[in-house]
Design a protein around this ligand. Structure first.
Ligand SMILES: [Zn+2]
Length: 118
């Protein structure tokens, strides 16, 4: 199973902050949950490009989605821990604020992923 990169998580959090919603659909290329932007465009946070849907076999899709969701959730948890560590070592109020906001969007993202899972 390929590791989900840090920038994918960061981008997902950023998309949520911009008002995008996470879909039940996954990217046909990298199987990462897709995001629907406010304008209705569908974007893959990994490929960072618009996605046009091609329906795949339902069962396979669900399985992949579940696998990816738990992998993503795990990566996000790790990231949150890292950020908490960094929060403890910084004295820069601006950075603290940035970290706090990132943590809160990551938690939100994690919750959303969890609720998609059965
Ligand atoms: Zn993709």
């Amino acid at each position: 199973m390929s590791k989900i990169r840090e920038d994918v998580i960061k981008r997902s959090a950023e998309l949520l902050r911009l008002g995008a919603t996470m879909l039940n659909e996954v990217c046909p290329d990298c199987k990462i949950p897709l995001f629907k932007l406010k304008g209705g465009e569908i974007l893959c946070p990994s490929c960072n490009r618009k996605v046009i849907f091609v329906k795949t076999d339902e069962e396979e899709k669900e399985l992949l989605e579940m696998l990816k969701a738990s992998e993503l959730e795990e990566s996000i948890s790790k990231k949150i821990d890292e950020l908490k560590e960094r929060m403890l070592t910084t004295n820069d109020p601006e950075e603290m604020d940035k970290i706090a906001r990132t943590i809160s969007s990551l938690i939100e993202l994690k919750e959303k992923i969890r609720h998609k899972k059965i």
